[in-house]
Design a protein around this ligand. Structure first.
Ligand code: GRF
Length: 208
């Protein structure tokens, strides 16, 4: 039985999708804890209602990123995770933290990486006249929104789209793709070689 810890900062809809898939598909895994850096994160309520341990490590209480990350790591490691899942976790992580969870930390980013790292991805894609947008699940490295790509989802931009309509269309696919990617990790189906992630049974890593 693999142990998964999920980090959130807000709504937590991706976390919800992962929790639901873990239960309904009876993964050989359990969500050991959901941890937020924001005390009011809505996702904490969902987790608690589903019998999952929750914790808050409020970044505002720390003088430096290093001190915050060290405490976060201490709390996470109390749950002995095999996998750490970032699901809308809005903090930049220190190299020491990312090194500690190397090869066992996933993130979802709402763009087709390597395009549009950072914030406001859909607005920036609209400004650039992109015809497709999407989301990427990737292993986390010290470099923000980089790391080997596990899965990508693509949606077309439709006339009249704005940031809200695009993000809603992409989010639907995120909710399919992220649980699938986590399930693959849990099942030991992901092989990383020279920075490229391959599904060992050849399952499609592209969603649309
Ligand atoms: C998602 O769009 C995800 O791609 C990004 O932050 C958002 C989190 O949404 N990293 P939620 O908290 O999972 O609902």
């Amino acid at each position: 039985m693999k142990s998964i810890v999920i980090l959130i900062s807000g709504r937590g809809s991706n976390m919800e999708a992962i929790v639901r898939a873990c239960t309904t598909e009876a993964w050989p895994a359990r969500i050991a804890a959901v941890i937020s850096n924001r005390p009011g994160a809505a996702g904490l309520d969902f987790a608690a209602q589903h019998g999952i341990a929750t914790a808050v490590v409020d970044h505002k209480g720390f003088a430096s990123r290093e001190a915050f990350d060290a405490e976060l790591q201490r709390v996470i490691d109390g749950f002995s995770p095999d996998l750490l899942v970032l699901a809308g976790f809005m903090r930049i992580l220190t190299p020491a933290f990312t090194a500690h969870y190397a090869q066992r930390m996933l993130n979802i980013h709402p763009s087709l990486l390597p395009a549009f790292t950072g914030l406001h991805t859909h607005a920036r894609a609209l400004e650039m006249g992109c015809k497709f947008v999407g989301a990427t699940v990737h292993f986390v490295t010290a470099e923000l929104d980089h790391g080997a790509i596990v899965a990508q989802a693509v949606v077309p931009v439709i006339a009249g789209d704005d940031e809200a309509s695009l993000s809603a269309r992409v989010l639907k696919l995120e909710h399919r793709m992220y649980p699938q990617a986590v399930r693959w990790f849990v099942a030991g189906k992901l092989a990383v070689s020279e920075g490229v992630v391959r599904h060992i049974d050849g399952e499609a890593q592209a969603f649309s």
